[in-house]
Design a protein around this ligand. Structure first.
Ligand code: DC
Length: 210
């Protein structure tokens, strides 16, 4: 086994995978790619320009990932729709693989990192939580950002996106057979980080930092 640390993190929305990915990247001093942003950028840009999602994915620029609008729930819904198009996924494949296999190692989070993008990653985590726990988190996040939504609506939209991401034919959301399952329903971010770190250290990887 190569000792290059690639951490592949998959899971549904609001499972805590993004926070975990950022913390692990900081701990190990690794670059991090939130691959959901790629699909969000394709959805939003194709909507704004009228170009097809496939064409948009083929011409995606790093600067397209800096748009704050990408964080909204409607961008998430659009992302989930364009993400079901196999040719869109194909166009984004090399960029993600290249990021994963840079000499430093890397952390990537998404839906198909451990299954399609990096089936060879030495560390795979599948982060999940009950729909209620995830909807509660997303609801609080939206309220903090000033949105005025209601909880049943957040839960319904999340269920719709989960269904689309899990039932699509192309690279559906599914845990890799060798992934470490982390259910964060009753965990805060610190507990999730501690559990993931213990798993990674059991695999023989340690931070080289102070
Ligand atoms: O992680 P996120 O909520 O930002 O992702 C937005 C959508 O993008 C998600 O509903 C499905 C899609 N996605 C994907 O299909 N594959 C990935 N690796 C990441 C995201």
């Amino acid at each position: 086994m190569s000792n290059r640390l690639i951490i592949a993190i998959d899971g549904p929305s609001a499972s805590g995978k993004g926070t975990l990915a950022r913390r692990l990247a900081a701990h190990f001093g690794l670059p991090h790619l939130d691959t959901g942003l790629l699909y969000r950028a394709v959805g939003l840009k194709s909507h704004q320009t009228g170009r097809t999602p496939i064409e948009t994915a083929a011409n995606l620029q790093t600067s397209d990932l800096a748009n704050p609008e990408l964080r909204t729930d409607s961008a998430g819904q659009q992302a989930s729709k364009v993400a079901a198009i196999p040719e869109v996924r194909d166009k984004l494949l090399n960029l993600q693989r290249k990021f994963a296999h840079q000499p430093s190692g890397a952390v990537l989070d998404g839906r198909d990192i451990g299954t399609v993008i990096c089936p060879d990653a030495p560390v795979k985590l599948f982060v999940t939580a009950s729909p209620e726990a995830r909807a509660e988190r997303r609801y609080r996040e939206l309220r903090e950002r000033g949105g005025n939504t209601i909880k049943p609506r957040v839960l319904a939209e999340m269920a719709e996106r989960d269904r689309r991401d899990s039932e699509r034919a192309a690279a559906p959301l599914v845990a890799a057979p060798d992934a470490f399952l982390l259910d964060t329903s009753d965990m805060d971010a610190d507990a999730a980080f501690a559990a993931a770190l213990a798993f990674i250290e059991r695999k023989g990887f340690r931070s080289s930092g102070p």
